[in-house]
Design a protein around this ligand. Structure first.
Ligand SMILES: Cc1cc2nc3c(=O)[nH]c(=O)nc-3n(C[C@H](O)[C@H](O)[C@H](O)COP(=O)(O)OP(=O)(O)OC[C@H]3O[C@@H](n4cnc5c(N)ncnc54)[C@H](O)[C@@H]3O)c2cc1C
Length: 305
């Protein structure tokens, strides 16, 4: 078996919202980019995000501002967040939403025709730009379209659509390489054949998503096994958040039955309603959960009632 070798200016490991946005930025800076993902292109966990993307556009409540968003974020993180990242996120989010629209996304609208925003747990004002309950799908669709558009432009300029951006799908990275103390590339294998592949590059972006799959019960995609956390640890690069203190847990997910994953998503829906409605719904929802969980356990003869 021969080792395949490739050379790029930038490697982006991960083709979710984060990785694709990084790839666009690198290409627009004139660099050649390899996008590597261990599942199919367009299948990253991002497609499953439902509620929406938080951005203090103030379209539904004009009291909102990046400062309130920043405060909510810091509070939500018990003030352990990397404050500079939280600040940049709060400041830039509205521009990123507009940017997605200029690239072809279409968010839901208010009656006045502005981008609609809805409530979500932890956010003081309605702040989530959304597309029904398929916001992540719209984001990935748009980002993919943007990548293809850049490739078409390269095709016209260089006679090869993959001259500057190439997607390596179903390819798993297992190691980040260093030479003389500097990042030098990455090593991995094709999932289908097991063949080895080596990328040489002076810059590597790790955008491999979360660690949800390290829990037995999770609604996260199979890819979320925290590979990037380990990869960066192994080469001792500095994770910018320096320590990961929290994972998001939703109480229904703690139950041991797959059926609850569906209900888990129901909780997300409830979270996006205005506070008064949430209060009113809370009791009936809890009772519903209890009833369904008892039913499931009874069916499986786990409880004898
Ligand atoms: C059910 C659900 C609903 C959610 N709803 C929302 C919401 O409404 N709003 C919100 O803001 N967030 C939401 N989230 C969270 C949000 O979906 C994630 O935080 C976000 O999508 C992560 O994007 P990402 O680009 O970092 O990673 P991902 O989209 O997970 O992409 C990771 C990429 O890395 C690749 N990869 C991983 N390991 C390797 C490897 N070793 N080699 C090569 N490639 C690798 C994967 O194949 C994939 O392409 C939700 C999460 C869940 C579970």
């Amino acid at each position: 078996m021969t080792l395949q070798r490739h050379k790029y200016d930038v490697l982006v490991i991960g083709a979710g919202g984060a990785g694709l946005r990084a790839a666009v930025e690198a290409r627009e800076a004139g660099l050649s980019v390899a996008i590597i993902c261990k599942s199919l292109f367009g299948k990253a966990h991002t497609v499953m995000a439902e509620g929406g993307a938080a951005a203090s556009m103030g379209n539904v409540n004009d009291n909102d501002s990046w400062k309130v968003h920043f405060r909510d974020t810091m509070r939500g993180g018990k003030f352990l967040n990397h404050f500079r990242m939280a600040e940049l996120h709060a400041k830039e989010a509205p521009d990123r939403i507009w940017e997605l629209e200029t690239w072809g996304a279409l968010f839901d609208r208010t009656k006045e025709g502005k981008i609609s925003q809805r409530n979500f747990g932890g956010h003081e004002y309605p702040r989530l730009a959304h597309v029904g309950d398929r916001t992540g799908l719209e984001i990935i669709r748009t980002m993919q379209q943007k990548i293809v558009q850049l490739q078409q432009k390269d095709g016209r300029e260089f006679g090869d659509m993959e001259a500057k951006i190439k997607v390596f799908a179903e390819c798993t990275i297992t190691e980040i390489l260093r030479e003389n103390g500097k990042i030098a590339g990455a090593y991995g294998y094709w999932r289908e054949t097991g063949e080895e592949i080596l990328f040489e590059a002076p810059a590597v972006v790790i955008a491999t998503g979360g660690v949800g799959k390290t829990f037995k019960i999770t609604s996260n995609s199979w890819e979320g096994t925290g590979d990037g956390h380990l990869l960066s640890k192994l080469v001792q690069t500095l994770l910018i958040w320096s320590s990961c203190n929290f994972t998001q847990q939703e109480w229904s997910g703690r139950h041991q039955y797959a059926e609850f994953l569906l209900l888990n998503l129901f909780v997300v829906k409830v979270e996006s309603l205005p506070t008064q409605k949430v209060n009113a719904l809370c009791l009936s929802t809890s009772l519903m959960y209890l009833r369904i969980s008892m039913q499931i356990m009874r069916q499986r003869q786990i409880v004898g009632m």
